[in-house]
Design a protein around this ligand. Structure first.
Ligand SMILES: Nc1ncnc2c1ncn2[C@@H]1O[C@H](COP(=O)(O)OP(=O)(O)OP(=O)(O)O)[C@@H](O)[C@H]1O
Ligand SMILES: [Mg+2]
Length: 422
């Protein structure tokens, strides 16, 4: 160790700097305050004038200023550099430190950013912030007003600081991601409960208003038939015929109430053939299906089927489309459904805006499709523009069906007559 360290920092001060950095990063501060603290420590201990900490964004394309010593602390969050841009961008791209002793502007890597007042500083040292596993998370820079030679040992010291900070940054990010996931799970759980309540209300409504009314009338017609059976067989026969009609209607309504939970056609035909059959139920549309036979868990198949159904209904209702292509395949652990129409298209942004303001949370239409996708941990993308048709793309985690063969029978529906294709 020689006197050539940052401003003559000796081994003891060096160790002290590292200890204080460790103290700062383990103080449980949020990421911003921790980086601010580290930047201040670095300038104080290394006798440099300013320190900047730029962090790489999650996509690894942009460096954003996350920590800076006064008077630049007000710029935190406001300075961005693309990877490859300026000295910091170069350091991020190459993963190597850069020392510039003077005349920065002559260095082709240097980019002047007025807010950072580069003209007031002469020498600089920039090091990559890299985790022990070699994962780049940002760039740490120090600048001095007076001209200064940064030695190899100076570079190493700053790299050690950067290494300590890197682990802390990664931990903070992991922690934030975990907290976000926890929040998302909570809101999923809440929405599942709301969804279930809505479904129960819908079923109760359908049973109360439709099915039980029919059964009451059925009862009266059968009583009338029983009363008339000896005195007036013709009236009795008529009442029985009415009762038969009512029984058929009640059966139909029961089926459609249950179809709201899981379309029976899925159990009868499987998903790919159900999509075919769905396509045929829109006589005005030329529907082409390219569906792989994916044997998935019942709830995933229901979501895919319902999404295709709503997208087709929208194509028929709103798009004045002539043809629709439905594709279902498996990609990278996801089941992907695409429904593309050649209709008028629309501006999804405008609809979403309206929808948020006016649509009740009934789970219908686009909002319902999105909700289903989110409940399954998937995504729903809408690509549409006026005059250019619409594509609805649902991607959900592929969940295989547990046992081979058709999906499980619906509870309470054993021995029901097989549903016919309509
Ligand atoms: N394929 C499409 N082509 C053109 N416009 C569409 C298409 N899909 C949706 N839209 C537009 O988006 C709006 C919202 O669609 P959404 O499915 O949410 O509701 P809806 O179809 O009007 O009613 P619901 O689905 O509840 O019966 C539609 O009213 C329509 O203007
Ligand atoms: Mg709709």
């Amino acid at each position: 160790m020689t006197g050539g360290r940052l401003g003559g920092v000796d081994a003891e001060r060096e160790a002290q700097l590292l200890f204080r950095v460790i103290d700062t990063i383990s103080a449980g501060l949020d990421l911003g305050r921790m980086l601010q603290g580290v930047a201040t420590l670095v300038t104080e201990t290394t006798v440099t004038d300013v320190c900047f900490v730029h962090l790489l964004d999650e996509k690894g394309r942009v460096l954003r200023l996350h920590g800076a010593t006064p008077p630049f602390d007000g710029l935190v969050g406001k300075i961005e550099l693309a990877v490859g841009e300026g000295v910091s961008g170069w350091v991020a791209e190459h993963g190597e430190p850069v020392v510039i002793t003077d005349d920065k502007t002559a260095d082709p890597r240097y980019r002047y950013i007025p807010a950072l007042r580069g003209e007031e500083f002469t020498s600089m040292l920039s090091v990559p912030i890299v985790t022990p596993l070699g994962h780049l998370v940002g760039v740490l820079n120090v600048h001095t007003r007076a001209r200064r030679e940064f030695t190899g040992a100076d570079v190493e010291l700053l790299r050690s600081v950067a290494g300590l900070v890197a682990g802390a940054i990664e931990n903070a990010r992991l922690h934030r991601r975990l907290a976000e996931r926890e929040e998302a799970l909570e809101s999923f759980a809440e929405r599942i409960v709301q969804w279930q309540e809505r479904e129960s209300r819908r079923l109760a409504g359908e049973i109360h208003d439709g099915i039980s009314q029919r059964i009451v009338s059925l009862f009266f017609h059968l009583s009338a038939a029983a009363d008339a059976i000896t005195a007036d067989p013709a009236v009795a026969a008529e009442q029985v015929a009415r009762a038969q009609e009512l029984a058929a209607a009640a059966l139909d309504e029961t089926r459609s109430a249950i179809a709201g939970l899981r379309p029976p056609v899925l159990d009868d035909l499987g998903l790919a053939a159900s999509l075919e059959s769905l396509g045929h139920s829109f006589p005005g549309l030329d529907v082409r299906i390219e569906a792989d036979d994916l044997a998935m868990a019942g709830h995933v198949e229901t979501a895919v089927y319902r999404t295709a159904q709503e997208a087709l209904q929208n194509a028929a209702k709103h798009a004045a489309a002539e043809s629709v292509l439905i594709r279902l395949s498996r990609h990278a652990g996801r089941a992907v459904l695409e429904v593309s129409d050649d209709g008028t298209g629309f501006d999804p942004g405008a609809v979403q805006h309206q929808a948020g303001a006016t649509m009740p949370p009934t789970g219908l239409g686009l909002a319902g499709m999105r909700e289903r996708a989110e409940l399954l941990g998937g995504t729903l993308e809408l690509t549409s523009a006026p005059g250019r048709g619409t594509t609805v793309r649902l991607a959900v985690p592929f969940t295989p069906r547990r046992s081979p063969g058709p999906g499980p029978a619906l509870p309470g529906t054993p021995g029901w007559p097989a549903r016919r294709q309509r």
